[in-house]
Design a protein around this ligand. Structure first.
Ligand code: ATP
Length: 267
């Protein structure tokens, strides 16, 4: 199952240029991700330690998954997408085995970015009422392998995770994310940039990007994308409507033709 989630760098298909705005975040990701993955030899000394965990947090649809994919692509790393459902199994003991398999596979296809989406559902707080025994085991197994990366500077594996609920994370997990980056809702300037990126390949000469950005306060990147897709369908819908109208006109004239033929043959 985990094998299916591996995307080689050259097949990821998302680049930084597909992501509008978020310039500062892109820059800091490049800084902390590229070097350790590409040049682990620079980190074999005592002081300089490669970063092994980055947490992206913020509201849904703000581009966290896109950022993770783009950074894997740009740094030439394989991308493994994991979530609770990739790891859990109905078979006893299988969950921990899956976590082990994940790290073994990551080492095999290294450099690798292990992306844990909705990390809170996999690594929530220990003290939370009703924490499942299975979840505790997954978490402990994950942390053991993760710590293994810390002691081996040559290992070119990085854990990147995303959550909309950072406060639900286990303390021990939060500590392991050396960098925590907030990906918030876009400002008016950012919305304009995102809209320009989303519509870069479309003919929209008469669109006032500034005005649209001003009208979309509170929209995430994903909301803006949905808005553009819906708008793009409007002319298509219009075209279909016109064609349907033409069709109806044609049918009407055909019917009128046959009925006048019928009435002539009767007379
Ligand atoms: P979630 O927390 O719901 O998983 P997310 O933060 O991971 O969301 P993404 O899955 O990366 O968000 O974004 C969803 C979609 O929204 C993307 O596939 C993309 O089409 C669009 N999108 C979001 N942010 C941007 C952006 N900054 N530039 C261009 N497109 C964006």
């Amino acid at each position: 199952r985990i094998r299916r989630e591996v995307i080689p760098a050259n097949e990821i298909g998302v680049t930084f240029s597909d992501i509008g705005a978020l310039d500062e975040i892109k820059k800091s990701l490049q800084e902390v991700v590229m070097l350790p993955l590409r040049r682990p030899d620079l980190f074999t000394g005592g002081l300089l330690k490669p970063c092994r965990g980055i947490l992206l947090f913020g509201p849904p649809g703000t581009g966290k998954t896109m950022l993770a994919k783009a950074i894997a692509n740009e740094s030439g790393a394989s991308f493994i997408n994991v979530s609770m459902s990739t790891i859990t199994s109905k078979w006893f003991g299988e969950d921990e085995k899956n976590v082990r398999a994940l790290f073994t596979l990551a080492a095999k296809v290294a450099p690798t970015i292990i992306f844990v989406d909705e990390v809170d559902s996999m690594m929530g707080q220990r003290t939370r009422v009703g924490e499942h025994e299975a979840m505790r085991k997954i978490k402990n197994e994950f942390m053991t392998h993760w710590d293994g990366l810390l002691t081996n500077a040559g290992e070119r594996i990085l854990v990147l995770a995303a959550t909309n609920r950072p406060f639900d994370l286990d303390e021990a997990i939060i500590r392991r994310f050396e960098r925590r980056i907030m990906v918030g809702l876009p400002s008016i300037e950012s919305r304009e940039k995102i809209l320009r990126t989303l519509l870069a390949k479309d003919k929209v000469e008469d669109l006032d990007f500034k005005e649209l950005a001003a009208m979309t306060e509170g929209y995430s990147g994903s909301d803006l994308k949905n808005l553009c897709v819906t708008a793009a369908y409007r002319p298509v819908r219009e075209l279909l409507k016109q064609e349907r109208l033409k069709d109806m006109e044609r049918k009407k004239t055909e019917e009128a033709g046959t009925s006048s033929e019928e009435s002539t043959s009767e007379t």
